[in-house]
Write a protein that binds this ligand. Structure first.
Ligand code: NDP
Length: 250
């Protein structure tokens, strides 16, 4: 039996990287998916079409929506609830980095990272948690980072946002546990996506040396865990932060 059969799941930032792998794995496990994207329209639409034709009895919807736009997110989620009726899972995945030492960081670099990684949690989660409370069921997974656990030089904006996501996870999980809603965070280490494609060879080698398993992660190291946390296989797991980092020491 597929662990996400008949589950309806909303994923932010499903057009590339980890989010795309979560969509693919969740569909392999029987889910219906709606995911958002912002800039990668061609890739998002082609991916949704590929998934829909590979799994004809399931749904895969791609919606262009900026996670930093509160009203647009509310509208998108309202439409989704009307369409899907029940939303069983939310994955807050969309994120960006704008790395810079704080002394040289612009206000724009700070705001864009905080708004995209952390502000988006309010925008996506508030309307969906109201629906989950009505349903008396739901599972939310927030994609944080080891940077939010340990901090990381040059990433004070990103580390603050990702640590904020962990605080949000723990506070919200306490609020909604009585309604049978679970909230967990996943904190990946260095995962091979476009996001770390901006790092140079030497930095990547330096990072690899700090990982006990001596390799960077892949999106498929992360996606199955997220699917497990959304599924009914993890019904007694909430308020946790699970690191997927190959044993990193930052
Ligand atoms: P990618 O850069 O590969 O993908 C980012 C995704 O987020 C894209 O689908 C992008 O959509 C979407 N996105 C970005 N900004 C917005 C926005 N304003 N509105 C809607 N969608 C948006 O990143 P990863 O897959 O690597 O990262 C996914 C998550 O995992 C992030 O939260 C990241 O912080 C976290 N993470 C990643 C790690 C890594 O090493 N890769 C390590 C730890 C955590 P589009 O292209 O359409 O704009």
């Amino acid at each position: 039996m597929s662990i996400l059969a008949n589950k309806n799941i909303f994923v932010t930032g499903g057009s590339r990287g980890i989010g795309k792998a979560i969509v693919r794995t969740a569909m392999e496990e029987g889910a219906n998916i709606a995911f958002t994207y912002l800039n990668s329209e061609e890739e998002a639409l082609a991916f949704a079409e590929e998934m829909s034709s590979r799994y004809p009895s399931q749904r895969c919807l791609a919606r262009r929506c900026d996670v930093t736009d509160t009203e647009a997110m509310e509208k998108t989620i309202k439409e989704l609830i009307t369409d899907f009726k029940q939303i069983d899972g939310l994955v807050n995945n969309a994120g960006i980095t704008r790395d810079m030492v704080l002394a040289r960081m612009s206000r724009e670099q700070w705001d864009s990272v905080i708004n995209t990684n952390l502000g988006s949690m309010f925008n996506a989660t508030k309307p969906l948690v109201l629906q989950m409370v009505k349903q008396r069921t739901g599972s939310i997974v927030n994609i944080s980072s080891v940077a939010g656990v340990y901090g990381n030089s040059g990433q004070s904006n990103y580390a603050a946002a990702k640590a904020g996501m962990i605080g949000f996870t723990k506070a919200l999980s306490a609020e909604v546990a009585p309604y049978n809603i679970r909230v967990n965070a996943v904190a990946p280490g260095y995962i091979q996506t476009d996001m770390i494609g901006v790092l140079d060879h030497d930095t990547l080698n330096y990072m690899r040396d700090r990982i006990n398993m001596r390799r960077l992660g892949t999106v498929d190291d992360v996606a199955p865990l997220v699917c497990f946390l959304i599924s009914d296989k993890s019904l007694y797991i909430t308020a946790q932060v699970v690191q997927v980092d190959g044993g990193i020491t930052l």
